[in-house]
Design a protein around this ligand. Structure first.
Ligand code: ADP
Length: 163
């Protein structure tokens, strides 16, 4: 069985990566896909986010990286995935995630949404927290893959030099 793990991944965190590693063991194939959301202005351009994910998942067999816009269920079908995978960190994720899951179910009754509980030590980690810490010069190395830490340092060094 194949699964799609969609998200903004702006940027990829160790929480995302933990979910990817665990689900790669559960499925024959896993597509990690960056959603190009017109409603969100990303910090990292699409191509850079794809590169971050490619680098961080290079050691994993059966993991592909892609991007899409439009309906997740359509892209999932295109990937040959029967399952859409999402992570649940805390109750605060639950209501929103349930709403998306029900919407996707009504759009495609064949598609299942599967939630994995995130690793306890990553449950307070989010892309936005990582960006806040990096912006103010904090150490993000325990939070993100090495390549992403380099990208964050570059992004915010440049930003501070140019005001
Ligand atoms: P989106 O904008 O689609 O929520 P994100 O990149 O923030 O995109 O999250 C993508 C998926 O990864 C979501 O299912 C989210 O719950 C999950 N996720 C976010 N942070 C973590 C984390 N620290 N550990 C595991 N999963 C996470």
């Amino acid at each position: 069985m194949r699964a799609l793990y969609p998200g903004s991944f702006d940027p990829l965190t160790l929480g995302h990566l933990d979910l990817i590693e665990r689900s790669a063991r559960l499925f024959d194939g896993l597509v990690v896909a960056v959603l190009q959301n017109p409603g969100k202005q990303p910090c990292f351009p699409l191509e850079q986010r794809l590169e971050q994910i490619r680098k961080a998942t290079a050691h994993l067999e059966g993991v592909e990286v892609g991007s899409f816009d439009g309906l997740t269920v359509n892209y999932a079908r295109l990937c040959g995935a029967q399952v859409i995978l999402r992570g649940l960190r805390a109750m605060s994720d639950f209501e929103f995630e349930l709403q998306i899951a029900h919407t996707n179910k009504s759009l495609d009754p064949q598609m299942e949404t599967l939630f994995l509980a995130t690793a306890a030590h990553h449950s307070f980690l989010s892309s936005s927290v990582v960006k806040e810490v990096a912006r103010f010069g904090g150490d993000v190395t325990p939070m993100v893959p090495a390549g992403v830490a380099v990208d964050l340092a570059r992004l915010f060094n440049r930003a501070s030099h140019h005001g």
